[in-house]
Design a protein around this ligand. Structure first.
Ligand code: HEM
Length: 69
């Protein structure tokens, strides 16, 4: 299995409205999938916040924001 869920778009934004929710998934992983958790020893907080900023940059505010249609 490969990464198969786009980390962008309105649906993703609805599932993960807050950055901490992404942090939780990356730190803990998703049970029974190949999405393992990445601890801070392999992925420092600083790098994770860069990754989250990048993920957020993939979806314009107009699509992800609460006022999006
Ligand atoms: C630091 C790197 C990674 C980040 C930031 C990341 C982030 C995420 C996030 C946020 C989700 C939730 C997506 C959603 O529910 O819409 C997800 C799911 C997933 N990731 Fe990762 N991931 C990373 C690395 C990987 C790697 C290396 C793999 C594969 C070897 C992987 C495989 C998956 C899969 C298969 C899912 C979907 C699981 C399901 O069926 O719900 N991810 N990932």
């Amino acid at each position: 299995m490969q990464p198969n869920k786009p980390l962008k778009g309105a649906e993703f934004g609805k599932r993960y409205p807050r950055d901490e929710m992404i942090t939780q998934v990356v730190r803990n992983g998703i049970p029974r999938t190949v999405m393992q958790g990445f601890s801070s020893s392999v992925l420092p907080d600083r790098d994770l916040s860069d990754i989250i900023a990048y993920i957020r940059s993939l979806t314009p505010e107009a699509v992800s924001g609460e006022n999006a249609m």
